[in-house]
Design a protein around this ligand. Sequence first.
Ligand code: ZN
Length: 1161
Amino acid sequence: MAEQEASGLQVLLSTLQTSCDKDVILNILGVLTNLLPLGTSRRIHYMISKGGSEALLQALTTTAQAEPPDHSTLLPLLQLLARVGQRDRKFGLKVQKAEATDIILSLARRNLGHYLHLTHCLWVLRVCASNVTTGTTLGINGAMELLFKIISPYSKRHIRTVRAAIEALAALLKSKSNSRRAVNRGYLGGLLRLYQDWHQNDVSNNYIYIRRGLLLCLKHITNIQQGRETFLGSQGMEILFTTVQDCLSCKNLDPITNTAIQILRKCYPKEPLPVETEGSCYSFPLPGNSNAESSHEGSEGDYESDGEEESEKDLDSEDVESKEEDYDLETDVNKLRSRPVLDWPEEELGQYEAMCQELSHKFQDLESESEEEKILEDRTESLLSTPSHFIPNATSVKHPGYVWGSQSMAETGQDPGEKVFKVPLQSWAKMKKCKWDPADEKRDIVEGTQDADSCEDGDSARSHTLTMHPPLKEGDWYKKIFGPDCEVLINSSPGGRRESSDMVANLLEKHQRNIPFHSPHFYLARAKCVKSIPGYKDVAFPDFWGHQPPPYSKPMLERKYGVQRDKVLDDVRRLIQPGDVIGRTVFDLEKHSDSSPGAPACLKFFSEFESGNLRKAIQVREFEYDLIMNGDVNSNQHHQWFYFEVRDMKLAVPYRFNVINCEKLNSQFNYGMQLVMYSVKEALQGRPRWLRAGQDICYYKNHYCCSAAAGGGPRGKCYYTLTFSIKFPHEDDVCYLAYHYPYTYSSMMSHLDILEQNRNPKKVYWRQQTLCQTLGGNPCPLLTITAMPDSKKSDDLEQFCSRPYVFLMARVHPGESNASWVMKGTLEFLVSKDPIADLLRKCFIFKIIPMLNPDGVINGNHRCSLSGDDLNRQWLTPNPQLHPTIYHAKGLLHYLRSIGRAPVVFCDYHGHSQKNNVFLYGCSIKETLWQAGCMVDTADITEDVGYRTLPKILDKVAPAFVMNSCSFLVEKSRESTARVVVWKEMGVLRSYTMESTYCGCSHGLYKGLQLGTQELEEMGSKFCLGLLILHLKSFPCSKKLMVQAALLLDLEEEITDRVQRSCSSSSLETDDEPPCVEEIDYNTDSCSDGDGDLELDQEIQECLSWVEGDVEDEGATTEQTCSSKALRGLYISSQPASSSTALPLRSAALGLYSGFKSSPA
Ligand SMILES: [Zn+2]
């Protein structure tokens, strides 16, 4: 049957090409028309593959040369050509080959007065012009003049023809030379006037397609520079801006609105950023290399490819993207083969012996602890519960007001006496060990409960224990903490006490015990030692005071319909109504005095504190500010991270903020992610929290671009705007806004202090050393954590020494603060009294570098170190001077390998800005070769699939983790990342990058929710649990351990099962991308014009119901109300069957167009 059809079609086509018999041609056309119902493509593509286009073009040439041309044949022929042509990618070429451009053009000219014929010619013209070369030829031959004559001046007569002409013109204008010609002939102004006429006269919106067609013409013309200039000179911005206002309220007019906005964005004159230099305003002289600074400028061709994140490309070219990704895969088997070599000077390795003292430790003091210490230790043990180790259930996650405290312990079956998981930190003034007063402890718990109650109800009146905060006069009081007075707090000298410090001390007494593993005093002590480039003198309140995760998670933000276009139009309004723009710089990092102190009603900004990043703030309108982030030190790019203080706000007013120098091509901010906010007033009322905040969030390309004059980076680099609105919770508050939950270097250092103090020294072996000093002169800590040996017996000591190593690192990329929160969870779990942690410590020796890039974190960088380098691209050949932390981390790993102790698991914690969930990147030769479609015989390659075990386990035990998001491909562009280098050079099978989303989860328990610090920390602790299970599955271990583990893990599984059951109803698998009501066109370069195929088909369909060629919509006749189907029937019945054909006609539907014979010529 299919064969028959094929041969039948081929006979039809070849007959069509050769026959001169009008009836035969007409019949064939009839059959073809019937074979190819409107709106379907499959058959047409088949016909194209059989030479359909060529046959039709040949028939056209033949028919058009007849004198006078026979329209009864031409019309169905042209219609078929239009329909086939629009689906034939090579149609333009075929038209040229058949030398048919002139024929079509002259046919159109000859039919200027006959609108039905003309319309058919225009359809074909439009299809021809979809090929740029053919379009250019048509333009040279005067096609645009012809079309312009048809469409102007404005008239509602011959609507169909006008529409066809406008659409053909739009197609022609895709050719740049045609656009140039159109501009030179003044058509742009004409099109604008015509658009205005249509806009004004089409009151009831009957001619949307015409108005959009005209906009498409403008859109294509303005692709050329000359077009944009002329557009601006012709008041194009004003005209489109004004007219589009009338369309906003009507959703039907979206095609018009969206196209108009695309033009407005494109034509908005490019401007350099309003800063003197685009590089960072901090610079750092690099050791031994005076050129180093400049050598980094624009040197990173792959500056967009983000660490382990997939390199981001223009989303318009998805096909290209996937191809390039495959192309990036390493396919050289020799390079892929993991082959450990000691690529390190041996004499250098000796220094790392000191970092592995556990291997030579004698534990002389093991059984000689004093009674007193034992008491203390037991006390600590019972108080230090593990907040991050339990799995919250769906109720606790989804329902605001839930109190974590009681839940957690019930789930893990702990003693009710430990219900409130607070770490009662020692009295602040004393840094040494202290003795606990049971009465104190009791009071703490009572207060804690009250606090929790007040949170639950959200009833501030009940938080009476917290009402003694001082009046926030101008939000300034707390600053005193960081002035000279803070000395008083830290080194309590009797004569130096002042009132404010009393007050602060009082406050701290009251509130600070509520935050586990945080101490403001420890924080200050650490912050004072930090070496920053600007020499910070202030501390951000949230880092100092501490953060408590809110009792509920926030769902991803639903995107409001049309939010982006409203914002974009607001931006355009600045150009149209410049008088409304204030344009006052209210904060400038480079000119401290320039903060407009006396400016009325304006916010005050500040960012000179650890991890702070705001370079400039410009007040645009009363409640709108443009913000510019500082670039990474010694770099002119990487603006994404932000963290700043803002105050003097009014209540209940939505402030709009625009971060105008973002660089990534797209952002999770377009898919439900919110930034985070911290309110000082809220904190003082007992809710010290970073919360997801911001409404009307979107992320789009703006009109700022990199200027060479300002020392910008890669030429032509464009910037993106992140815009959001915030209603602050209190009047005259001090608030902090950040890209993600901040976690500073001092936070990490003071956290380590607290962990060390609170651990059980009898059980936890803890050693904190300095891996090396950073470029900026800050120590980079290295931790060793494992279990103390059970005794001094040689068996126990042997077991201790033979534990395999696990090597963990985080925060090589400073902007990825989520990685630090995960690491925080890991560390807290590792030193905790949780029996699983206890067991885990007996299984492994952990080597942990919790912050690989302290300088970057301190100075508010997004991606780089002080050398301006992405440190996760330096692992192949780290430079000891420029990349000390990487150099020594790698050195230590080489040392471990050299003594036969390479880690069994290596994991580098990162954050991912484009994807949801938490997942691992690993390395597999076979998966890489398969994915690349490599022809190598992989049967010869042996590969241990053990790299998949840990992610599979994590998928089961960690609610945020999703196995399906993992990838085990080795990309060429990642050859210098930690993951690939450790895998290849150290032969570590389980070498991973762990990526945590900035946003939320698309699967599992947290589906649809944004992650908070609680969930990130939980991920860190679940990672540990995963390691224990991995150990049981993959490594030899004692029977005793097995039994203990089996008991514990059964319990664990029960909990996990229960939790997952409770949310199974909502965990159906879906797409990775959260839904978005609006098609996001964040990029002005988008060139999609909608589905042209369907549009033209529809036009033809409409035209079939149009009986008398020139009757207009307005003057509908009775015949017109007939459906096209009825008309077909009519014509078929009146058509005599042809006797001259022996073709296998299976349909009698012939000669539809013969009905037009009688129409006036
Ligand atoms: Zn990263």
